[in-house]
Design a protein around this ligand. Structure first.
Ligand SMILES: Nc1ncnc2c1ncn2[C@@H]1O[C@H](COP(=O)(O)OP(=O)(O)OP(=O)(O)O)[C@@H](O)[C@H]1O
Length: 316
């Protein structure tokens, strides 16, 4: 691996993977888990890492957590080539929906133990604050006696008790009920507001959509998108106007807008943003009675993501 400093250190950048290649071998067959993959994590930013099964997301997190070594490329910590495992004292990790708790100990004891392991002081006030945020009541019961969702909450608390600069949450919603997911959202907003870089890898797109400032999408080991969430949502359009019938009877739209019809002959109009939506609605407001079956459908992260993955799958 090369050891050069990165060309630029982005504002707030804590961790960076640059031009990473990572291969596995299975039964004599080479698997390219990551190919020329670059990604930067910045303090205070929540990054949603998306990708289909086997795309390479967990491999990214394992590289950051020094559980794997890259075959090519370079990792940087605050702009300097990453050496050894010293940075791990500043990292919090949930891997494949689990933490690394000692289940014979309580949440409180685990928190104390992990602070000692990471050479950070244990702050009981901070523990209480996090426990309240995550709605953890059983703080002194051995973790093995807790339900699956409450074990995960305990692991989440322990992953942030040492005030890490980088948090990696791989599938952090598995086993959490509606209220558990809400407390996880509170926790992520709390740590990001205090300057931590948060990476969430999840198949729960609604969860990512709620929280991520930025989205990166990986397919077959290659990054296919990296940008603000709004940009991801507006890759092509952010809204679709949907009629339940042929638009032929409606007055012409202002240029450059034009209805198209779907396979059933119903009118469809893709709009990039709210301003375009307002322009078109203003133009047809007088004919809305004729357009009775009109719906404005916001385009969700899920729809964008499906379209992107299908497009890459076809092109690959
Ligand atoms: N230890 C391993 N040995 C061999 N192949 C592996 C190993 N770990 C991962 N892979 C392969 O590397 C590729 C990327 O795996 P990875 O776990 O990073 O994907 P992922 O995006 O996290 O997938 P998922 O969403 O299913 O968790 C896959 O093809 C996977 O089968």
């Amino acid at each position: 691996m090369g050891c050069a400093a990165p060309n630029t250190l982005e504002a707030g950048e804590v961790f960076r993977l640059e031009n990473i290649g990572k291969q596995y071998r299975r039964g004599g067959v080479r698997i390219d888990a990551l190919r020329d993959f670059s990604l930067a994590l910045r303090g205070g930013e929540v990054l949603g890492l998306l990708g289909p099964n086997g795309a390479g997301k967990t491999t990214v997190i394992k590289l950051l957590a020094s559980l794997l070594q890259a075959d090519s490329g370079q990792l940087y910590w605050r702009g300097a080539p990453l050496r050894g495992k010293r940075h791990l004292g500043e990292v919090g990790l949930i891997l494949e929906g689990r933490g690394a708790l000692n289940e014979r100990l309580s949440t409180w004891e685990n928190a104390r133990y992990f602070c000692a392991l990471r050479e950070r002081p244990f702050d009981p006030g901070h523990f209480d604050e996090l426990a309240a945020l995550l709605d953890i009541s059983d703080r002194h019961a051995p973790v093995r006696q807790l339900s699956t969702g409450n074990k995960l909450k305990s692991a989440l608390l322990v992953s942030v008790i040492h005030r890490p600069s980088v948090l990696c949450f791989d599938e952090p919603t598995i086993g959490l009920d509606l209220f558990g997911v809400a407390s996880l959202e509170r926790l992520i907003r709390y740590v990001a507001a205090r300057g931590a870089a948060v990476l969430i890898s999840s198949h729960d797109l609604r969860f990512v959509e709620q929280l991520a400032d930025r989205v990166a999408c990986v397919c077959r080991g290659r990054k296919v998108f990296d940008g603000p969430r709004q940009e991801f949502l507006a890759v092509e359009h952010a809204y679709q106007l949907q009629l339940d019938s042929d638009p032929a009877g409606l007055p012409a739209l202002p240029a450059p807008f034009a209805w198209r019809t779907d396979e059933a002959g119903a009118g469809r109009l893709d709009l990039r943003d709210h301003a375009e939506l307002c322009t078109v609605l203003a133009a047809i407001i007088g004919s809305l009675p004729a357009a009775r079956g009109l719906q404005v459908a916001p385009v969700t992260l899920q729809a964008k993501y499906q379209a992107l993955v299908q497009q890459v799958g076809v092109a690959a």
